[in-house]
Design a protein. Sequence first.
Length: 460
Amino acid sequence: MASSSVHAPLSKLRSVAAAHGLSTSLASAAFAVRMDSELPAVYRADFSFPHVSDITKNIHPSRAHLHTADAVYMIGNSLGLMPVATRRLINEELDVWSARGVNGHFDHPHNRPWVSVDDNVLDESARIVGANRSEIAIMNTLTSNLHFLLISFYHPTPTRFKIVMEAKAFPSDAFAFASQVQFHGFKATDAIVEIAPRDGEFNLRIEDIIATIEREGDSVALVLFSGVQYYTGQFFDLKRITDAGHAVGARVGFDLAHAVGNVPLSLHDWDVDFAAWCTYKYLNGGPGNIGGAFVHSKHDSENLPRFAGWWGSDPTTKFTMDNQFHGIPGAAGYRVSNPSVLATTSLLGSLQTFAKTSMYELRARSLLLTAYLEYLLQELDVEKPGVFRIITPSDPEARGSQLSILFVPGGTMERVFDALLERGVVTDERRPDVIRISPVPLYCTFLDVFKVYEALKEVI
């Protein structure tokens, strides 16, 4: 990417400062407030923020005023905030259950009959991931969905059996893929090809990913990457990875846990075969909430093998109870059980906010928030050099709403993490030495980002 593109978000920040006669340094509350007036977090009121008093009991007397303040919540990459609407929606379902019992499956006062409750979240989910409605299913949980999808998309042969993935993927992915190849009679050490960054680097180069796929060639059965790498925050080039996998005859899928609701996706147009995700990070569905799955419509006519259950059967014949399975075309046919009404409704609370905007509008704001955070961290590194380094790509297009900070070893990270929490700044730790900071564009402000900088400056 050209240097001008890499620095475009920072240039925009500086142009705002110049237009309003602010200092050339952006490290000021006045600048953050100006940015919030120029590009406000218009959906912030849609979410419930923890109070500092509720997340820590270790407030120093000099910071007692923080007790009733909202926390600076920079951890949407792990668990998104609760939408205000979710409490009302869940209470409505509890009231229906209480008042109507089993009849709520078909007779629902809010037009959300439980028998088709997931219909309420399909359109917006499809829009967020760039898919057709028929290519989406809201079901199960993330790793369960990966296993179900691999029944269809991982068919190893004696000569084509390898899975290409990134080294140090999220542990659950590593466990799932290893167990899949072992189930088919292969050794994980033979069948799984992990691509690691070059020596001294933290991120994968797209040319190395493509070169590995090409080198392994027709031994590759599956290319299976994350969309955004959980540890570094790197946003992979999903289209180029998909094209490279297809060029050698492999299927291509993605774990979108850290990408969905974070970065714009075009799964259908990119020709991705399948994908799975959770809904509790950037989608704010709630802790341990229901997952999602994508299956490209080009596979509808292939009669791929899949595990079957009642909820994947044609709804017009489902209740005849004749034990004849009539599979639903598309992703809906992958459902095996009726989805949790409460979990699906919890997701609906967040998707109602997403429906007010678009991933491209959110992405524009995200690029600026993350660029501002990066600028402030670099300012801090100048003032206090050698304490940490940013390991997330510097190219804005190669990252989402996250910067990962690697601290010097020896317990520094944990001390900084705890001290930030005492100051009402909620971040995420990944042992041994990384803190992840995620300014989510739906509800984080530029002033929030500045407060992170102030807290880090005081702590360090």
